[in-house]
Every structure is written in C-alpha cells, then in structure tokens.
Design a protein around this ligand. Structure first.
Ligand code: SGN
Ligand code: CA
Length: 545
C-alpha cells in the first residue's frame, strides 16, 4: 500500500526540535538553580557580615585622668591618638568609678559587681578568680581572649587563652613580665613592650574567630618615669597650675585636711621628683636608685641627662614655700604628661594596626583608666576621694559599625557597666548577678539615654587606714549634686552643688537653702545601698578580709 513517503526531513526536524526543547529546559533549569545558589550564597554572606561578631580591644591605663586628654578639653597636653578614638566614636562625659583605686577597679570591671560583692575592697586583697568574669564568658562564647600588661589582682589571670602580665605594679624600665606563668625580664620601656606583646598576639591570632583583648598599661602611674622618646618633652614650657593648687581645705571636713596626697609635702626627692643626686630618704628613693642601676648604660645616660641641668638650677635656687611647691608641681606634671604621651603614641600603633589589617570596621575600641587622678587640684596627686578629678574616669568607645562617629553622651555611667556593655555588644547574655547596665542602647542611639536610665551613681571607698590616709567614705552623685559620708574613725557629711561649685571648695551640708536637696539625696543614697546590697556601716576587718 502506498504510504505517503516518510519525510525524513520533517522527522529529523521534530527530533531536533524535541531535543532542543529539552536542552533549553535543562539550560533554563541550570540557570535558575545557579541564580538561586548565587543569591543564597550572597544572602548568607551578607547575613554573615551583619552578624559577624565584633572584636573588642579594651585599653585601660593606670591613673590617667580626663584633665590630661585633649578630647576632654585638656589645657595642658595633646593626646592625638586617644582623640582619634573619640573622633571615631563616642565620648562619655559622665563616666565614674565605684571605688577609685587600682585593684578594686579592675575587679569591678571583670565581674560587673561592686567591691563589697567581688572580694576586692582595696589593693590588699586577692581576687577570687573562681568568680564569673567577662573574659571567661567571652571565651566560653568562642572568643579568643588575651590579657596584656598591668593586672594587679594577685591571683593568676583566668579566662584568657593568652596572658602576659606585669608582676604587681610593674616597673617602667626593663620590666619583668609573667607570660603564661613564666617570669622573665625584658629590655625596653614598659608602655612600648606592653603594646608589642599585644600586637604580636593580634598578629598570630586565629582569623576565623573574633577576639577580646584587654590591654592594660602601667603608665602613667607613680613614679611617672618617662620613656626614652619623651624625656625632654615640655623642657622649655611651664604647665599652667590649677587655680586651687594652694587650697587650704576650709569649707570641707577633716578628710580633706588630713589626707597625705599633697604635692608639696608628700613627694619623695629621688623617687618622685627625680632629684637623682639627693640622699635617698626612704625605701622608695632607694628602690629607684636600684632601678637606675638596672638600666642599660644608654638608658641611664639619657635618663640622668634629662634632669641634670634643671636639678642643678633647682639646688642653686634654694626655693621655699609656694615657689618650692610650684617647682614640685612642674616636675610632677611634666613627668606625668610625658608618660601619657608615650601611651598616646602606642595607642596610635594599635589603631594603625587595626586599619592596616582592615580590622577597624568590626573592632570595638574602648579607652578608659582604672580611675581619675589629681593633677595639682587641691594641691594633690593620687586618687581615692569621691571628689570629681579622681571619681571621674575617661571613657571613649569607637565602633564604626554601630556607633556614630564624633558623638558624646551625658548619661551617668560607672565602670560597673563596662562588663555588661562588652558582653552585650558581643551578643552574649549578661548574667543577672552583674550589677552594671549595658551601654549598648546609648552607644547605638547617638549618646541619648533611654527614659529609664539611672539618674545617680553610687560610690564606696575602703582603703583606710592606708597609704595617702584618705578616710573611708561612700556617697551618691546626681548630675548636679553630690553627697558624701566619711565614716569609720569620723562621722562627717559633705554636700556639693556642682553647678555653683564645680571645684568642690565648699560643702553646703546643713545649709538651710539645701535642706530639701539634702533630704532627697539621703533617700537616694539609701535606695542605692539597698539596690546594690551594700551595708557600709558594718565595720569590715580589711586586713583579714
Ligand atoms: C602605690 C603608690 C601610691 C598609690 C598606690 C595605689 N605609692 O602604693 O601612691 O596610691 O600605689 O595605686 S608608691 O610609692 O609605691 O608609688 S594603684 O593605682 O595601684 O591603686
Ligand atoms: Ca590606678
């Protein structure tokens, strides 16, 4: 039968067409899948970028006060690198400590608890390292943790993958360091060496994990020995003297009158004043002469030469009275500021490292001190008092991803808040037992405090009897007023109106014009003591604590 001739052309074409359809479908499918995959990966990367946990560098100096930082309006020095942190982030105008002295401040920061609950009331106690601390929590959450520099808590650091600390207070030149339990002496200047160790650790870290670094400088702690790069800084200038340098302590109670912090009376000739050829008067003077012996010949030569001419002129001048006190002030303040200058340079090295390694965007840099300090105000050096200069502490926080650059905050903050803040920023839950509040909300809101933010801060100082003879006291501060109770071997109250009397020269406690304010502050003090579980009238046996 005749069959229509098969048209091979047609069949072939149909076959071709079907294959083509399959092929096109396959191609489209592959394309769609590829697109889906690419977009998923992109989204993942984006989410990863957004949730990538921040690194944290917590830089703390020892005794560096806000009056000596240009970001805080210093009239006596410039701190360009600290100012860089302020410019990149937020400066806190009302940051205070809870107990103005070294070891207690450190224990407060580590635990987020007041001294009466964290076992370190003053510099004499050993830190109970079984407590819950910020580095332990960071470590448990997968952070790499390190602690470099001054530790001062007697027990060994815990919660750190790496630690390298100064024994006790540490020394300025050729200091010993204890690196993971191994002690050895290193040649160099303490601020440079501490920074070197921090940068070395950063350089060899695991780049896949976020890091938490506590970088604690010894400087500018007493006896203020400048580093080799700053020995002659300020040689030809006079530093302005605070207008209450010759304070007679009228208008305040006996605590201000009986302290032993006076620049004119307490400073030791060799140790503090670098009158290196004078007869040593005590153990500290002799200690510094031994430290000179421990210098390399080059270090010693430069150090001795830096003071030689001025010391000769001083001995010839035979100064007495106010002129002598003011000479001592100049010697003190210049050495203090020289130590600060070295810290500032070294902070510059850390910031440069972050930038050069593209770590600056995702790293939170915090700068603070363990407390403030007197730079001649009331005629003093040292700290301890709840008066402004030593009660305040500088606090700068930069974090390009989360904090608007160049902002300030007036919020009342305490070093008690540092731990909770760092944990919160790292996305780690803050344990209930921590008494501080996270500053994250303030940091991300351009410095504005939430409506229910605290309006007062609480303070309690314990180290008495002790060096510098500052009586035990506790108190409350609001943005405008401060109420202090000195207790133990005295029972005296002081009240300051910080708006009318910012330098705290005259207590208005008992002044009828302030009765209402005084009563309110007493109430507020009681409320805070209850909130923070402090019972200050209980006499604590500090020596045996
Ligand atoms: C030493 C200092 C004091 C200082 C304390 C506490 N004297 O005792 O001036 O107040 O440290 O400082 S010194 O002669 O040894 O330098 S703290 O920063 O550790 O609290
Ligand atoms: Ca200190």
């Amino acid at each position: 039968m005749w069959q229509p001739a098969k048209r091979p052309g047609y069949l072939w074409m149909r076959l071709q067409f079907n294959e083509l359809k399959v092929l096109i479908m396959k191609k489209v499918l592959t394309l769609v899948l590829t697109l889906l995959l690419v977009s998923a990966t992109f989204q993942c990367q984006q989410a990863d970028e957004e949730t990538k946990r921040p690194n944290i560098i917590f830089i703390m100096t020892d005794d560096h006060t806000a009056q000596a930082m240009s970001a805080y309006g210093s009239v006596i020095n410039q701190t360009p690198n600290m100012d860089r942190i302020a410019r990149n982030g937020m400066l806190f105008k009302n940051a205070f400590v809870t107990n103005s002295i070294c070891a207690p401040s450190r224990a407060v920061i580590l635990t987020g608890k007041f001294s009466h609950l964290n076992s370190v009331l003053d510099n004499r106690q050993r830190f109970d390292s079984s407590q819950v601390t910020v580095p332990k929590l960071m470590q448990a959450a997968g952070y790499q943790t390190a602690m470099v520099g001054k530790w001062h808590l007697k027990s060994e650091p815990t919660g750190f993958d790496y630690w390298n600390v100064l024994p006790g207070q540490g020394v300025y030149y050729n200091p010993a360091f204890i690196e993971m339990g191994e002690r050895s002496v290193r040649e160099g200047y303490v601020t440079d060496l501490t920074t070197d160790y921090a940068l070395n650790w950063l350089g060899q870290r695991d780049e896949e994990k976020p890091f938490y670094l506590m970088l604690h400088h010894k400087a500018p702690h007493r006896n203020w020995m400048p580093g080799p790069n700053h020995l002659n800084m300020y040689d030809d200038v006079d530093i302005p003297i605070p207008d209450n340098f010759h304070d007679d302590y009228e208008g305040r109670g006996s605590a201000a009158k009986t302290q032993e912090m006076s620049i004119s009376e307490i400073m030791f000739p060799v140790y503090d004043l670098k009158l290196l050829d004078d007869e040593p008067t005590n153990g500290s003077d002799r200690f510094i002469l031994r430290r000179l012996e421990a210098m390399t010949p080059e270090q010693r030569e430069a150090f001795v030469a830096a003071y030689k001419d001025e010391n000769e002129a001083f001995h010839e001048a035979n100064l007495t009275g106010k002129a002598l006190a003011e000479w001592k002030y100049q010697r003190y303040i210049k050495d203090y500021l020289r130590c600060v200058a070295s810290v500032d340079d070294n902070i510059g090295r850390v910031l440069d490292f972050l930038e050069a390694n593209e770590l600056d965007e995702n790293t939170i840099v915090i700068y603070t001190s363990d407390q403030g300090f007197y730079l001649g105000e009331h005629g003093w050096f040292d700290k301890r008092f709840m008066y402004e200069e030593s009660y305040r502490t500088p606090l700068l926080v930069s974090y390009p991803k989360g904090v608007k650059a160049g902002t300030t905050s007036e919020a009342m903050t305490m070093n008690l808040d540092f731990g909770p803040t760092m944990l919160d920023l790292a996305g780690i839950e803050v344990p209930d037992e921590m008494q501080g509040e996270s500053l994250k909300g303030i940091l991300t809101a351009g410095g504005t405090e939430p409506g229910d933010w605290r309006q007062s801060t609480y303070y309690h100082y314990f180290e008495y009897p002790g060096v510098h003879a500052v009586k035990r006291h506790y108190g409350v501060r609001t943005k405008r007023y401060k109420l202090i109770h000195f207790y133990n071997d005295i029972d005296e109250w002081e009240l300051f109106d910080l708006e009318a009397d910012p330098k705290e020269m005259k207590s208005v406690y008992g002044d009828p014009a302030y009765t209402e304010i005084q009563n309110d502050l007493h109430e507020e003090l009681k409320r805070l003591q209850k909130q923070y579980k402090d019972e200050p009238e209980t006499d604590i046996d500090l020596e045996n604590n």
